[in-house]
Design a protein around this ligand. Structure first.
Ligand code: SF4
Length: 377
């Protein structure tokens, strides 16, 4: 979903370096045999602790220590009695994702590669601008959707991330920022590797940790979930009460083009997708974002722009225009700037908000899947 994955441009990487590791943080590895205290999530922790005879309120304390004070060990949790801390440590581990590589762009964009327990890897991208510090996180290792303009899509699917692994990308990068004394994460976008709505339950579990008052405490209004168009799950998300912002990776003016570049469209064609969007509950001043990757000669003509304007009529939305950022072996090219402008002007003339998204991280392999590809390749 790839607004970010595609507008954070690729390049043949600047210096890769290993992050300074925090020796106190237990990382993934074969030694981690105790159940991970993060696994049950915001709602599952209290019942689990109560099964072991702890009071319910202990769950809130532990969540606060982990997600707000960034504690990596039970003995740091000083408002819990020592014998209880020792017992917790005998029952549970506190596992964390392992940031094995970081690339930093000259424009401040940083890309983190995290190693998972099973030695797979996922990426998160931190994008600073004047007002925001946006973190783009992954929801799956690889992706089933096989969008043809996406490197992750071309690499296949390995597995879903667990809810705690999705939330831990936020926690680990928040730790890095706090240590640097830098700004904090202000916005989260689920636009990294994977289709979030194809891993619905774990994504919802992650959102609960990210938004919980005892957890990472971010407002749902600062979270955007981007989907390739799994219409039934869009309806489910809308009905779930999780009031996150919705972004749709649209990329085509009609079913014929969309079928060609996004196989998901054969299962959930535009009519079904847009009907789901119309049902999505929006607060009065919120809009749905439609991401539109412009592919030279495929979906970038003036007629295409007119058709997009017609297609989205009646939906409160903005349209992000993203000139394609080629990756090695990509079957598409980037349109020239005048084509992009013409496309944009047609939408502006029809009263749409339609910014052209600036590319970020041009000098690092910041398009979704590229760092992982380079490491494993
Ligand atoms: S293949 Fe997956 S990760 Fe890539 S754009 Fe499509 S849905 Fe997103």
């Amino acid at each position: 979903m790839r607004a970010l994955q595609t507008h954070i441009r690729s390049g043949q990487g600047s210096g890769l370096h290993l992050e300074n590791k925090d020796a106190n943080v237990p990382r993934m590895g074969p030694a981690s045999i105790l159940p991970n205290i993060k696994s049950p999530g915001a709602e599952g922790l209290a019942p689990l602790l109560m099964e072991h005879g702890f009071p319910r309120y202990r769950a809130g304390q532990i969540l606060q220590w982990i997600y707000q004070h960034h504690a990596a060990r039970f003995d740091e949790m000083t408002n819990i009695a020592k014998p209880d801390r020792a017992r917790l440590a005998s029952l549970f581990s506190i596992l964390s994702l392992d940031p094995i590589r970081v690339e930093r762009s000259t424009d401040g964009t940083r890309k983190f590669l995290f190693r998972l327990e099973d030695d797979h890897a996922v990426e998160s991208v931190l994008i600073p601008d004047e007002e925001r510090m946006t973190l783009c996180i992954s929801s799956q290792v690889g992706c089933r959707q096989a969008c043809r303009f996406c490197l992750t899509g071309s690499s296949g699917f390995l597995r879903d991330l667990h809810g705690w692994e999705i939330a831990d990308q936020v926690l680990q990068i928040a730790r890095v920022l706090r240590k640097e004394g830098d700004r904090t994460i202000t916005n989260i976008v689920l636009m990294g590797m994977g289709e979030p709505l194809d891993n619905y339950d774990e994504v919802i579990a992650a959102l609960k940790i990210i938004t919980a008052a005892d957890g990472l405490g971010l407002s749902p209004r600062r979270i955007t979930l981007s989907t390739a168009g799994l219409a039934p799950q869009i309806v489910q998300l809308g009905a779930s009460g999780n009031r996150v912002n919705l972004a749709i990776s649209l990329n085509a003016p009609n079913d014929a083009v969309r079928d060609r570049i996004m196989p998901v469209n054969r299962r959930h064609p535009l009519k079904e997708l847009l009907a789901a969007c119309k049902k999505y509950p929006l607060d009065p001043r919120r809009r749905i974002t439609f991401e539109y990757v412009l592919l030279k000669g495929v979906n970038d003509s003036e007629d295409d722009a007119v058709a997009v304007a017609r297609l989205l009529k009646g939906i409160r939305c903005k349209i992000n225009l993203i000139p394609f950022n080629p990756f090695p072996g990509a079957p598409f090219e980037r349109p020239d700037d005048s084509t992009v402008r013409r496309f944009q002007n047609i939408l502006l003339d029809r009263h749409y908000t339609a910014p052209v998204r600036e590319s970020r991280g041009r000098d690092i392999s910041a398009a979704c899947g590229q760092l992982r590809e380079r490491i494993s390749g």
